[in-house]
Design a protein around this ligand. Structure first.
Ligand code: 3HC
Ligand code: NAI
Length: 701
């Protein structure tokens, strides 16, 4: 018996306790411990029922993800669960926190399940490119039915304990102490002389519905909503096996399908994404005793697109927030926009009227800076002009209490210059939200030259409070995400000059897995934003650099994207479907002609490499300059802010998987043909020469 699993005999009841912080994952010691504990409970004549309970914050949260890809160590989880299910004494799993993946599979191996009212259960393996590989695809449909099982397994989304009761996954809810609840239930099992009720022997979930039709429908849904993903189709195949085969054969089929997923490159990429997200929250050089300041009240300056979204984010997190605008009319527009956004959620059914009113009550409109004196954090989201930022920060410096965090949402201005407008640059930090700020998970936390450790830690804590994925970045033009996307967008536009259409470029990148093509994206955010950036870059970057011109031509014709009804595409009023813009063709021809380029058909791989490797080369420069702490942080930014496909792990991980020597060879080709934009990043050259990856470089730093 290991420390991670303990067995206590309490009269006629065997109490098995798992204790493997932080989330009681099913590493080898836990599997072995569970096996021994159930075998000892079985062998003990005195024991008449078994309780399985976990210490810490949660029930078992799944297999130990760190073990994937390593040689398997006995006992395997399916073997352990076979012993648990086969036990001749009735057992009950006592669920609190989350029973996820292998954790729920262990619970399904137990004969009964009770859950604390606030618990959740789920099979999230699909999010890691896997399927439940320890009986989940065979046992869950037997209890919950094929429809619910397919929903849970293919989406990976956990459900509440109450919903789990509705679907026969959990028998009873309880409040209060775990051990008391478990022992109480076990005593009842003994009193009632209950026999083991093995999930594998149940059939009610498999009966009474047209399972074939449900499976066909799920296939159609996956083809439409999850194109390119490897594991969802195998999840469906495994559940289908449960409807056709006896348990033992179904389990065997599940195992085969699990192995296919385990060996797929998508699993590697998705597991990378999981750990990358958790790693991003850690700041390498921050002393571990750095304490964040407490944030109880917030303020936002500017009630435009971003300011309102940021205010909604605070209200959603239950933090009272003041929204300051330049005058009453602008303020009214901002507050109305906040109400309209919530009203749309109420209409969609994702928010109740009551919740809307509660959240709106947290947002107070003001026009006077004096009202911000008590704010713990102020986020500025006014026009992107240094003069306006200066006015705002000077006023904030004058009115805000000592210790208030002064944050800017600037997307491209120099944060250090903004900090210098105050007498407390150590309290200034960038909080770069993404549009729409109340929806997008990404938050770039910009660390200025003088930002104090405490303020940085507080900024990360604010991100957590707002349920964002926060990544620390340094000061440079565009920080990490936009600096890289500029390279990507520029190359996409050069492709138009070489002969492609927006439809071809967007299509190729969507087939690669991007949520949206670059031109549809530009039409959405407005072409004038890019134009302002290009204008600034033309003035500051070396004169010999070539800039594409199609976007300028569209702007000159007043075609700024969706908001003007046309851009790279044309839009019918009130409809966001991109249609061909007949006025674009002549502009493309002219752009090519002016540069003496003969237009020709481009193949899809070339389109993808040109755009994605532009991201990678810039990413390598960013890493070398220390603007990002880790290559995986860049991946997190692209996965959460730019619609990069999770199954490719982010641009830097993707480059690693292609091979940095291959990436460098393409970059060099483009450098010799297209000039200085493609100058290879020294770090990329170094790693390619050494045969190493960004991931290995990051680990060795
Ligand atoms: N294995 C190994 N480590 C894990 C883990 C797991 N299953 N789940 C979480 N961790 C680690 C995290 O990496 C993190 O480590 P760190 O502190 O060193 O960064 C730590 O536990 C805490 O995790 P979070 O920061 O995510 O903590 P939260 O409290 O926010 O969330 C959670 C807890 C909801 C359990 C979340 O961690 C989670 O969703 N975990 C993954 C669950 C999962 O995917 N389970 C299925 C695994 S696959 C499987 O079971 C296969 C089976 O079918 C055979
Ligand atoms: P916007 O033009 O929609 O809103 C700006 C608002 O600020 C206007 O309502 C204006 O009345 C108000 N304002 C101007 N001066 C003010 C002052 N002195 N005091 C109070 N209010 C003032 O602009 P948007 O798009 O919301 O951008 C705001 C900031 O966020 C900019 O710095 C921008 O670069 C940044 N940003 C924008 C993103 C986007 O996608 N729009 C994404 C991320 C950051």
């Amino acid at each position: 018996m290991t420390e991670a699993v303990r067995l206590e005999i309490r009269g006629e009841i065997a109490l098995i306790k798992v204790n493997n912080p932080p989330v009681n994952a099913l590493g080898q010691v836990v599997r072995e411990g569970l096996l021994n504990a159930f075998q000892r409970a079985e062998a003990d004549q005195q024991v008449r029922a078994v309780v399985l309970v976990c210490e810490g914050n949660t029930f078992i949260a799944g297999a130990d993800i760190k073990e994937f890809g390593k040689p398997p160590q006995a006992p395997s989880l399916p073997e352990v669960i076979e012993v648990i299910e086969g036990c001749s004494k009735p057992s009950v799993a006592v669920i609190h926190g989350t029973a996820l993946g292998g954790g729920l599979e262990v619970a399904l191996g137990c004969h009964y399940r009770i859950a604390r009212r606030d618990a959740k259960v789920g099979l999230p393996e699909v999010k890691l490119g896997l399927l439940p590989g320890a009986g989940g695809t065979q046992r869950l449909p037997r209890l919950a039915g094929v429809e619910k099982a397919l929903d849970m397994i293919v989406s990976g989304t956990p459900i509440s304990a109450a919903e789990a009761v509705e679907h026969n996954i959990v028998d009873e809810l309880f409040d209060g102490d775990l051990v008391d609840a478990g022992l109480g239930y076990a005593r009842r099992m003994v009193e009632e002389n209950r026999a083991p009720r093995r999930t594998g022997e149940q059939t009610q979930g498999l009966e009474g519905a047209d399972n074939e039709a449900l499976i066909r429908a799920k296939h159609a849904e996956v083809a439409k909503r999850m194109p390119g993903l490897f594991s969802p189709l195998r999840c469906i195949a495994a559940v289908e096996a449960a409807t056709q085969l006896p348990l033992a054969e179904g389990l065997k089929r599940e195992r085969e399908l699990f192995a296919e997923c385990l060996n797929s490159p998508q699993r590697g990429a998705l597991v990378h994404s999981f750990f990358a997200e958790r790693q991003a929250g850690k700041i390498n050089d921050l002393p571990s005793d750095t304490k964040p300041r407490s944030i109880k009240t917030a303020a936002v300056i500017g009630g435009g697109t971003m300011g309102v979204g940021i205010a909604l984010s605070f209200a959603n997190a239950g933090v009272p927030v003041k929204l300051l605008e330049i005058n009453k009319e602008a303020l009214q527009r901002g507050l109305q926009r906040a109400r309209d956004t919530y009203a749309a959620s109420v209409k969609r059914g994702s928010l109740t009227e009551d919740a809307m009113e509660q959240r709106l009550a947290l947002i107070t409109g003001v026009t006077d800076y004096g009202a911000l004196a008590d704010a713990d954090v102020v986020v500025e989201a006014v026009f992107e002009e240094m003069g306006v930022k200066q006015q705002v920060f000077e006023q904030l410096d004058a009115v805000c209490k000592p210790g208030a965090i002064l944050a800017s949402n600037t997307s491209s201005l120099d944060l250090d210059a903004i900090a210098a407008f105050t007498k407390r640059p150590e309290d200034v930090v960038g909080l770069h939200f993404f549009s729409p700020a109340n929806v997008m998970r990404l938050l770039e936390v910009v660390r200025g030259e003088k930002t104090s450790n405490e303020v940085l830690a507080t900024a990360m804590a604010i991100g957590k409070q707002l349920k964002k994925v926060s990544v620390v970045v340094g000061v440079c033009d565009g920080f990490v995400g936009n600096r890289m996307v500029f390279q990507y967008g520029r190359e996409a536009e050069f492709l138009l000059e070489e002969g492609a259409t927006p439809q071809q470029v967007d299509g190729a990148l969507r087939n690669f897995g991007m949520a949206m093509g670059p031109f549809a994206m530009r039409d959405l955010s407005g072409l004038d934003i890019g134009q302002a950036i290009r204008k600034r870059q033309r003035a500051t970057l070396p004169a010999h650099l070539d800039f594409p011109t199609v976007s300028d031509k569209l702007c000159a014709a007043g075609m700024l994207g969706q908001k003007t009804g046309a851009g790279y595409y044309r839009y019918e009023p009130g409809n966001r479907t991109p249609l061909e813009n007949p006025e674009l063709g002549p502009m493309l021809e002219a752009a090519s002609r002016e540069k003496g380029i003969e237009r020709k058909a481009l193949d899809e791989q070339y389109i993808v490499e040109r755009c994605i490797f532009a991201l990678v080369n810039e990413g390598a420069k960013i890493l070398e300059e220390g603007i990002a702490q880790r290559s995986s942080d860049i991946d997190v930014i692209y996965l959460n802010g730019y619609g990069f496909p999770a199954f490719r792990g982010g641009p830097m991980f993707y480059a690693d998987s292609v091979g940095l020597d291959t990436v460098l060879a393409r970059v060099k080709e483009l450098y010799s043909r297209c000039g200085d934009w493609w100058k290879p990043a020294p770090l990329l050259e170094k790693l390619a020469a050494e045969g190493r990856t960004f991931t290995e470089w990051q680990a060795g730093r």
